[in-house]
Design a protein around this ligand. Structure first.
Ligand SMILES: [Zn+2]
Ligand SMILES: [Zn+2]
Length: 226
């Protein structure tokens, strides 16, 4: 098996559970060398509400959401945003290398096994982005691992989040609304919202609010990187 990122050989070991069909075989698409450049995030090494590394018990961003919007953040992420993740998203999203959508399948699959929700949804691309890029990067990254329900619609914004500074990001107005065809979903369902990267948390907060407005209140969020 070849690493999807660099082309080196990646090691995939079969165990008895996989051989006898008790566990799905999900290949590791990352080689050891690429994997060594990742910084995994843990619950006990950072903010308990968003996994931000090297921060206090509850980080400033999470305290702000709590104070300003009464939101008790419930976010998990797998890897710290570093140079490796930065290059990954550059190749995947900006250069449009769609094969990279599956680079982290193994990690996402492992996480999905120990975190259960009634419904899993995702941050959709706006129509403008979809047309420009030709694919929806968040959906592509997650749809083979999670059973996704589309619950949010994104309106085209003035400029992409990546081109904004921190202040502009925090000030961004709401650009999501609840999918009108999904009003039959019971409002006591536990919901997970997926995104690719969590920076200030502004995008996921807006997505959360769009769901809260129609009655959902058991919501957690997840991103590959933080
Ligand atoms: Zn590699
Ligand atoms: Zn936090």
């Amino acid at each position: 098996m070849r690493c999807l990122n660099c082309g080196n050989k990646s090691i995939n070991e079969l165990n008895l559970k996989i051989i006898f069909g008790f566990e799905d075989f999900v290949p590791d698409n990352l080689c050891e060398l690429c994997r060594s450049q990742l910084n995994p995030l843990n619950y006990d090494e950072g903010c308990i509400r968003c996994y931000k590394k090297n921060d206090s018990n509850i980080c400033e961003d999470c305290l702000l959401w709590d104070k300003k919007y009464n939101i008790i953040n419930c976010h998990q992420a797998l890897f710290e945003y570093n140079q490796f993740i930065h290059s990954y998203f550059k190749n995947y999203k900006w250069y449009g290398d769609i094969l990279l959508a599956e680079l982290f399948s193994k990690d996402l699959y492992n996480w999905s096994k120990s975190n259960k929700f009634d419904l899993i949804t995702y941050i959709p691309a706006s129509n403008g982005h979809l047309e420009a890029r030709g694919f929806d990067p968040v959906w592509e990254m997650y749809h083979k691992v999670f059973d996704l329900t589309s619950m949010l619609v994104k309106i085209d914004a003035d400029k992409p989040q990546a081109q904004k500074n921190r202040y502009e990001r925090l000030q961004t107005p709401q650009t999501f609304y609840f999918h009108p065809d999904r009003l039959d979903i019971p409002s006591d369902s536990s919901i997970l919202i997926l995104d690719d990267v969590y920076t200030t948390g502004r995008t996921l907060m807006h997505a959360r609010q769009a769901l809260e407005i129609v009655g959902f209140n058991n919501i957690c969020t997840f991103s590959l990187s933080r």
